[in-house]
Design a protein around this ligand. Structure first.
Ligand code: NAD
Ligand code: UDP
Length: 337
């Protein structure tokens, strides 16, 4: 059985579906701080399989101990965490508490239980503000621009120290680029709280008429069309990457993998792709650069291709169509916080 923390969240719910469909048994631990219980029903309806749910906090040692005692857990995928960069600047303690202390608590409980296979959700942000794209796993972690980024780098470092102390640990650190899209069923996807900060949910909420227009932050970057460039990948491809990484979790030590497509798409191209895939109107205007934004980055994804035999397969059009299907489902069922 695999324990999946944060398994009702955006990425975790897609990982749960992928693992269940591949025949794994899955137990989810989530405190629903950024999701809700109906996600479980929807995961079960897509997969026609049952999920074991623990409603609780990853910082709760007693709960973790009882989970490890009750099931034969082979490995843990640790997605639970806080992820809003701006919020982390305003409330850094919450980010160090949940993201760093939560990971320490989880690793302690794993160590006690003798479970030493772990996948950790990290981020391209750990390459820092001065790295030159494409980012490769051999690059050092760079200077972080937020407590969120620092918290991810701190967990990466503590996992290295843990593995140095005990070679029985087998750890894969997966550095996500920009996951977007939703499950093709339209039943699970991202639920941004309030007004979205991220580009994709913002575009789809403008198209749905929930927001008046998109502001494109900056058209004077040294990029192909002046707007920022990112490496967007479909969230179901990201989920497949986790299944492949679990299968490869046999080697001792910490293994780092970038999960991205390997190519960069500009904000203008994203808007054009959405309009062309859905036929919807997305009014936009250019606005000043957003503080803290990097002009362009994308992944070198060759290591995951080579060692996990994973490659992002979905097209930009798939990402747009699936985002829009999910937006329509969530508008209809008022599934936004
Ligand atoms: P999400 O907020 O949708 O999912 C996180 C889940 O963790 C939620 O269901 C939330 O309720 C749960 N959670 C939060 N704190 C918890 C706690 N203390 N105990 C138990 N459960 C808790 O976020 P997501 O987009 O699915 O991200 C998952 C992971 O991937 C996070 O660690 C995030 O930092 C990382 N990540 C996300 C992105 C992205 O663009 N979405 C990019 C890079 C890395
Ligand atoms: N962006 C934008 N308008 C928005 C939200 C985002 O122009 O309302 C741009 C942002 O400047 C960045 C890109 O879209 O260049 C991706 O932003 P997002 O927040 O989704 O991802 P991140 O910046 O974390 O990579």
């Amino acid at each position: 059985m695999i324990l999946l923390t944060g398994g009702t969240g955006y990425i975790g719910s897609h990982i749960a579906v992928e693992l269940l469909q591949a025949g794994h048994d899955v137990a989810i631990l989530d405190n629903f701080s950024n999701s809700d219980e109906t996600v479980i029903e929807r995961i079960e309806s897509i997969t026609e399989r049952e999920v074991i749910l623990y409603r609780g906090d990853v910082r709760d040692t007693l709960l973790l101990t009882s989970i490890f005692q009750s099931h034969d857990i082979e490995s843990v995928i640790h997605c639970a965490g806080l992820k809003a960069v701006g919020e982390s600047v305003k409330d850094p303690l919450a980010y160090y508490d949940v993201n760093v202390y939560g990971s320490v608590t989880l690793c302690y409980a794993m160590q006690q239980a003798g479970v030493k296979q772990l996948l950790f959700s990290s981020s391209a942000t750990i390459y820092g503000v001065n790295a030159q794209p494409p980012y490769t796993e051999t690059m050092a972690r760079g200077e972080s621009s937020s407590p969120y980024g620092t918290s991810k780098g701190m967990v990466e470092k503590l996992l290295e120290d843990l593995s140095d102390s005990d070679p029985q640990w087998s750890i894969a650190v997966l550095r996500y680029f920009n996951p977007i899209g939703a499950h093709p069923s339209g039943l699970i996807g991202e639920l941004p709280q309030g007004t979205p900060n991220n580009l994709m949910p913002y575009i789809s909420q403008v198209a749905a008429g929930l927001l008046p227009e998109l502001l494109i932050y900056g058209n004077d970057y040294p990029t192909k069309d002046g707007t920022c460039v990112r490496d967007y990948l479909h969230v179901t491809d990201l989920a497949v990457g986790h299944r492949m990484a679990v299968a490869a979790l046999k080697k001792p030590g910490v293994n780092y993998f970038n999960l991205g497509t390997g190519s960069g798409i500009s904000v203008n191209e994203m808007v054009e792709a959405f309009v062309s895939a859905t036929g919807m109107n997305v009014p936009y205007r250019f606005a000043p650069r957003r503080e803290g934004d990097l002009g362009a980055f994308w992944a070198c994804s060759k290591k995951a291709e080579r060692e996990l035999e994973w490659r992002a397969e979905k097209t930009l059009e798939d990402m747009m169509v699936d985002t829009w299907r999910w937006q329509q489902f969530s508008t209809k069922t008022k599934r936004s916080h």
